[in-house]
Design a binder for this molecule. Structure first.
Ligand SMILES: NC(=O)C1=CN([C@@H]2O[C@H](COP(=O)(O)OP(=O)(O)OC[C@H]3O[C@@H](n4cnc5c(N)ncnc54)[C@H](O)[C@@H]3O)[C@@H](O)[C@H]2O)C=CC1
Ligand SMILES: C[C@H](O)[C@@H]1OC(=O)[C@H](O)[C@@H]1O
Length: 253
């Protein structure tokens, strides 16, 4: 098992990639602190899945956009499990909208959840890891959107480039404490975040057609890579970005 007896914290873990990551961490032997936001029934399901794997889970309901959520989450996890070994910054939103009439509030909220939220959370986790004095691993969910544009994602793609950049700077800032910081760049993964966008069969077919491996990603495709980066198997990786997109980015012409 890759994460035996580790304590893993995951933000936005009630659904999609975060949920698969929390469950994979438990499968790999970890106890898991699960941040959710106003999603009680789904939170109870993920806890049940973790416990069914013989591991412990604790839920912390909070909006990642608020700085106090970050300190609260880390404190709750530390109270429950005594320490923080791995932190996964995953929570994110992507309300598709055109550029020319982007509502200020949509831009602001997307930035506050995806980028500021990641910053506050990673900072709080890193402080706890430094206090423990035994290093740690931080993984942030960026995106293929850190590398390419999207007509309806002008508010979103900069946050994903920012999240990867945050991991690079944190790798530099935290290396002396033995804390590794990396990002995962998923391609198109079928989750609630793009359910409406991909409900159009033409769009879905087009996206599938661009992927050399012939299918959209599943949350589990990302969760296994996060587990690897969080584990000692990736012990000399820091400041790196792993693109997990079925080959989509390479498929330009
Ligand atoms: N699905 C995809 O194609 C891709 C997703 N990503 C990223 O993966 C991450 C997870 O997204 P998905 O699992 O696809 O979406 P999802 O919609 O299935 O899950 C998002 C999770 O974040 C939580 N969340 C949303 N706002 C929150 C807030 N303010 N505070 C705390 N939690 C909050 C939701 O409750 C949910 O659990 C996001 O950061 C997204 O940008 C990156 C690349 C591709
Ligand atoms: C939400 C989108 O479908 C998804 O989010 C990303 O980060 C990917 O680039 C996809 O566009």
């Amino acid at each position: 098992m890759l994460l035996e007896n580790k304590v893993v914290l995951v933000t936005g873990a009630s659904r999609g990639i975060g949920r698969a990551t929390a469950v994979e961490a438990a499968r790999q032997g970890a106890d898991v602190a699960v941040n959710t936001f106003r999603d009680e029934a789904a939170a109870a399901e993920v806890v049940a899945e973790i416990e069914a794997l013989g591991r412990r889970a604790v839920v912390f309901d909070a909006d990642v956009a608020l700085p106090e959520s970050a300190t609260g989450f880390v404190q709750a996890a530390t109270q429950a499990f005594g320490r923080v070994d791995v932190f996964v910054s995953n929570a994110g939103v992507c309300p598709f909208h055109a550029f020319l009439d982007m509502p200020v509030e949509t831009l602001r909220r997307t930035m506050e959840i995806n980028l500021h939220g990641a910053y506050f959370m990673v900072q709080a986790a890193a402080n706890q890891m430094v206090k423990q004095g035994e290093g740690g691993a931080i993984v942030a969910i960026s995106s293929i959107s850190a590398l390419v544009g999207g007509e309806m994602q002008t508010h979103y793609t900069p946050t994903k480039a920012g999240v990867h950049s945050l991991m690079q700077s944190c790798a530099v800032a935290l290396g002396r404490h033995g804390i590794r910081c990396n990002s995962v760049l998923p391609g198109t993964i079928a989750t609630d975040i793009n359910k409406d966008d991909l409900a159009d069969p033409k769009k879905r077919e087009y996206m599938e057609g661009r992927i050399p491996l012939g299918r959209l990603g599943r949350p589990e495709d990302i969760a296994s890579v996060v587990a690897f980066l969080a584990s000692d198997m990736a012990g000399y990786m820091s400041g790196a970005a792993l693109l997990v997109d079925g080959g989509a980015f390479a498929n330009f012409q």
